[in-house]
Each structure stands twice: as structure tokens, then as C-alpha cells.
Write a protein that binds this ligand. Structure first.
Ligand code: HEM
Length: 408
């Protein structure tokens, strides 16, 4: 080895930059460099935009072990936290970036509406939203952008109804959410978008305080009144739920549709089976295979932690790259094949441990309704452009497509 060692005793020039690029022509696969790292071992170092060199965890078993370990923190203000972008000001998006016990205290306030029973009661309403949007698409001109006409409206309408946010404001909140999760946004743009959304939620909380309804924001105003939650905290929670509730599922709907169109055998199986069990396993497999939160979940070690003979020191940054964890052959045989009949329920697309996705029952139900309806109602659905013309969200912290022109 040549070159100068940095204070950590590393050769920075030999440490690969993260995030890495996907291979040309393989839009559904994690970057080949991540595959190579995983083959080498569960742990490696990467270099971030600011020159820092956190650990990256690439293998499934070690990822789950680490995510269940209380000696790690998501607190972005701790030294060593491997921030994906420059951070300006302190605008954490609620409990997703907090540690227990405060994280658990706040999360508990909003768990009830996402319980499986409550979510199942919403299934007929989600089915109606899905059918109505398909009716409108079928009655309109072709080709159509599936993102705008279908993938974004389904989860946006659902989360708006749950939270008590007027859907008429969707252009405003979708645009700001897009900026917040765009890696190429400047810190100023991101914090301005966060400020606009927090202000919007604050105004809505005012309305709910005066005129409570049967929705989650109204329930949060009760917590404000009892002093369990600050005004600012309630608005931040609203921002988190609004962004997480539509952006992720929308990307799964559009990217999942594209992956199925590119795998017509799998699409035919799903479309023709009329079997809820197969629909449910297709949803799990697509979540595993596509893994849309592709920039890794970020943590910092609170104490020394040993993994595979390596010691992660207290204060070291950690990136848990669940996208490659979901392609670990040790957990999923033949992992790079999309196979909707496999049992993929143990995937880590919703994370793992105390922070695992709060909205997963809702996301699963929405995806089950959409995937079991769209291809049955429009059996000849096809891409209206070449795959290499589809604009992928390489620069987003959530992967997907900006547009998906389809016809039938
Ligand atoms: C396909 C759709 C979705 C995917 C792939 C997804 C994925 C994720 C992931 C990877 C995390 C981080 C887990 C971790 O740190 O270990 C997360 C957290 C979270 N998700 Fe989702 N999500 C989806 C849909 C939703 C929906 C519909 C909601 C509804 C509001 C939601 C609300 C949340 C919340 C509140 C958190 C923070 C949980 C915590 O920190 O305790 N998500 N999600």
C-alpha cells in the first residue's frame, strides 16, 4: 500500500465513495460495488461527500444484529454521525431521528391507526380509490404518466384522509417532500421546504384545535392540550407522517409496476392467479427486490461494538445498507432473481429494530390492493417508452422513477 495514512490509520484514496452508481442497464439492482463488498465480508469502510469514512454493513445477518443493538444512535447531532447531506440548523423530522426513550414515547402516540386491524378496515376505501383512479385513466388520453395519474394519488389520498390533511393541497406537499428527499437539493432548499411544510402543518393544527375532526392531527392536538407534545413537536410529527406516508409507497407502486412489466412472466402469474396469498408474497418480494430506501440507514456507535472480528469504535459512523442486505444469498437464495412465489417476508425493506417502519401494515395493504387491481383491470398495460428513457431517481434518498409513461 502506498500513500498517506489518515488519523484513523486508513488509506483514504482506497476507500470507495458512497453512495455508488448502479450499473448501466440494471435499474433494479444495487450497485455492483456493493455486491463486491458484500462478498468480501459484512463490514467495510466508505467515503462520504464530506470526506468522512464511516463503516458500511452489507450482510443481512450482521445488519439485523446491529439494528437490534441498543448501542447505536440515529441522533444526527452526535459527532461521527454519517450525514447523507450537509445539515443546516436543527430541523430533525420527528422521532425517526431520535433515540429511545423519547423516540418510543412519541412513536407510541401514533401507532394505533397503523395497527393491522385498523388498516384492514381501510381496505375497501383504498380499493375504491384505486378503482376510481383507474376508471379516470381509462377514460382519458393515452399514453399517461402512471406516477402522476396513479402512483402518487393512491397513497396521498389515503394518508391525507388518515391525517386530516386536505388532498386539494397535494401539489404543495408533494413538491416540498420531493425537495426534502432529493440528495441534490442544497441545504438551504431542503430546510426551506421543511420550514414550509412545518408551517403548513402548524396552520392545520390551529384549525384542528378550533374544529377537531376524526383524524390523526386532531388526536395530536389532544396531546398538545395535555402537555405531552409541544406544538412544534406535533407539526414535525405531521411532516414525518405526511412525507413517509405517500412518497415511499408511491415509488413502490411505480417502480414495482415497471419491474413487473420488465418481467412479464411474473406479471402474468400475479395478474391471472386471483390468489390473495400470491399477491401478498408478490408485495414482499417486490419490496425486497427493489428496496427503495437505497441510501442506507445511518447510525453512530455509542460504545465499542465487535462484528466479525472488527471493532467499531464508539463515535464511528455506521451505514446499514439494507438494499444489498436484501440481496444477500445467505438470506435469499438466488437473490438477484425476482420470484413472486418465494417467501421474502423476512426482508429488511422496512428496516429492523425499534425504528422499523411504523406504516408497514398500511403500505402492505395499499400495495396489495394496487398490485391485485391494476394489471387485472388493464391487462394490456405496457411501457410507452424505452426502458433507457425512463428517468430514475438516482439522486433521491428514496429510489423510484420521476415519470412512467404507460399505455394499453
Ligand atoms: C412501501 C412503502 C414504505 C417503505 C419501503 C418504508 C420504509 C421505511 C424504512 C426503511 C424506515 C426506516 C426503518 C429503520 O430505520 O430501521 C421507515 C420508517 C418509518 N416509516 Fe416507512 N416505509 C413505507 C411506507 C410508510 C408509510 C405508508 C408510512 C405511514 C405514515 C410510513 C411511516 C414511517 C415512519 C413514521 C417511520 C419512522 C419509524 C421510527 O423511527 O420509529 N412508512 N420506513
Amino acid at each position: 500500500m502506498t500513500g498517506t495514512l489518515n488519523p484513523a490509520g486508513e488509506h483514504p484514496a482506497e476507500i470507495p465513495e458512497y453512495p455508488m452508481a448502479r450499473a448501466a442497464g440494471c435499474p433494479f439492482d444495487p450497485p455492483p460495488a456493493l455486491h463486491a463488498m458484500q462478498e468480501e465480508g459484512p463490514l467495510a469502510k466508505v467515503r462520504l461527500w464530506d470526506g468522512s469514512t464511516p463503516w458500511i454493513v452489507t450482510r443481512y445477518a450482521e445488519q439485523r444484529a446491529l439494528l437490534a443493538d441498543p448501542r447505536i444512535s440515529v441522533d444526527v447531532t452526535r459527532p461521527g454521525y454519517p450525514s447523507p447531506t450537509p445539515i443546516r440548523g436543527s430541523s430533525p423530522i420527528s422521532f425517526i431521528l431520535m433515540d429511545d426513550p423519547e423516540h418510543a414515547r412519541l412513536r407510541r402516540m401514533v401507532t394505533a391507526p397503523f395497527a393491522i386491524k385498523r388498516v384492514e378496515a381501510l381496505r375497501p376505501a383504498v380499493q375504491k380509490i384505486t378503482d376510481d383512479l383507474i376508471d379516470t385513466m381509462l377514460a382519458g388520453p393515452k399514453p399517461v404518466d402512471l406516477v402522476e395519474a396513479f402512483a402518487l394519488p393512491v397513497p396521498s389520498l389515503v394518508i391525507c384522509a388518515l391525517l386530516g390533511v386536505p388532498y386539494a393541497d397535494h401539489d404543495f406537499f408533494q413538491e416540498n417532500s420531493k425537495t426534502i428527499i432529493k440528495r441534490s437539493a442544497t441545504p438551504e432548499q431542503r430546510s426551506a421546504a421543511l420550514g414550509r411544510l412545518a408551517g403548513y402543518l402548524n396552520d392545520l393544527l390551529d384549525e384542528k384545535l378550533a374544529n377537531p375532526g376524526d383524524d390523526m392531527l386532531s388526536q395530536l392536538t389532544e396531546r398538545i392540550k395535555t402537555g405531552e407534545l409541544s406544538r412544534e413537536g406535533a407539526a414535525q410529527m405531521g411532516v414525518l407522517l405526511l412525507i413517509a406516508g405517500h412518497e415511499t409507497t408511491a415509488n413502490m407502486i411505480a417502480l414495482g409496476t415497471l419491474a413487473l412489466l420488465e418481467n412479464p412472466g411474473q406479471l402474468a402469474l400475479l395478474r391471472d392467479a386471483d390468489d390473495p396469498k400470491l399477491v401478498s408474497s408478490a408485495v414482499e418480494e417486490l419490496l425486497r427486490y427493489l428496496h427503495i430506501t437505497h441510501n442506507g440507514r445511518r447510525w453512530v456507535a455509542l460504545e465499542d461494538i465487535e462484528i466479525d472480528g472488527q471493532v467499531i469504535r464508539a463515535g464511528d459512523g455506521l451505514i446499514v445498507a439494507n438494499d444489498i442486505g436484501n440481496r444477500d444469498p445467505g438470506a435469499f437464495p438466488d437473490p438477484d432473481r425476482l420470484d413472486i412465489r418465494r417467501d421474502a417476508r423476512h426482508h429488511v425493506a422496512f428496516g429492523f429494530g425499534v425504528h422499523q417502519c411504523l406504516g408497514q401494515p398500511l403500505a402492505r395493504m395499499e400495495l396489495q390492493v394496487v398490485y391485485s387491481t391494476l394489471y387485472r383491470r388493464i391487462p394490456t398495460l405496457r411501457l410507452a417508452t424505452d426502458l433507457d428513457q425512463v428517468p430514475f431517481k438516482h439522486d433521491g434518498s428514496v429510489y423510484g422513477v420521476y415519470e412512467l409513461p404507460v399505455t394499453w
